[in-house]
Design a protein around this ligand. Sequence first.
Ligand code: HEM
Length: 348
Amino acid sequence: MGIEFNKETFRDDYTFKNSPAAVRRFPFPFPEDDYMYSVNMEPHVPGRKGSVFEHTFDVDEHYLAEMRDRELVLKSDPLRCQSLPHMTLAGWDLLELIMESKARDYPHWFELHKSGDRWTWINRPMEIEQSFTFLKDDTLPYGPLEYITRQTQGDFTLQDQRDNTLYIDAGTVTTQADWSLDFDVGMAFHEWHAPVPLAHNMGVFDRALKFLLKLQLGSPVRRFNWTMTVDPLLDTSPENYPKWGPSKTTLTMDTIGKRQHLRVELQTLHRLPRSNAIAFPIRAYLASFDDIVTMPKWGRRLHRVVRDVHPDLATYKGFIRNRDLMVQWLSQYDDGKPTSPGWWPEPE
Ligand code: HEM
């Protein structure tokens, strides 16, 4: 597997870009020409070779650059990683899940050697070799959650299950779509989802929670979420709003193709073995509108979705202001032809 890791930035000069191969494997989130919230969960089983579903945790060309960005965010705001005291065991569970998965799926990059509870972890891309005692906190340079999420793409939250609900009691969140771990930490499932429009009345959250409370060890599930981001900025946090909010006012017909990004989250949910907590990795993928329209089916479909999506969703997702401009630009790529079902770029 000869991926070259990109040298790129997600801030300042924004040198982030997708290779043609990364565009082809981009998880375009729309299986149909329209979109509404639903309980869109399916088993997280290995998918097509080369796709973002091939492995439990996808490692791609952006790995090292994303880890560098996380390091910068944590340096300027350490509260982006928090773990309430009772969640340390869940952090170890997550560390084990990630290390075992990556060593199994990418043996040329990652190795895990165990001798009883003495473990050695090798992360070749990041040039890390670390020996430690499993479940012994003071043998790692950070807590287990922070240690492993500084080496794994995507945000992570850990939910404690009690009182028939889930509590967001730990997480590392540096690449989020306008929500704050510091604000949400300690909240229950319906509380942290309170700002979402329409879905509560549709019963989406009642059904999703009921399903999650029964999630079984070894049977993870996945779902997509999506939003829009101007410029390839990973850290679109409320804490950082003054830095990215105003960028929405500067898009034009000439710049939108390059600057407007569809931001897709591949979210997975895993029951953890010792803590009985649920891990929620939120892996974000960015593609510019220019990238998207290289796949004719995606260009047509994105035009129709953005044009027709409920205004409350466009407002919540933060792009109502630029919706007309997006539709105008995307319409150049919609010839009115039908699209095939499913999200793969072309029919099989
Ligand atoms: C247990 C793990 C989960 C966590 C930690 C989580 C967390 C969040 C957070 C923090 C938000 C943003 C809320 C805000 O505006 O402040 C959100 C949005 C949302 N969540 Fe979840 N969520 C979880 C599971 C789910 C599941 C299983 C569903 C399935 C239906 C779901 C559906 C949604 C939807 C539809 C939105 C609105 C997203 C958008 O339009 O951009 N969530 N979630």
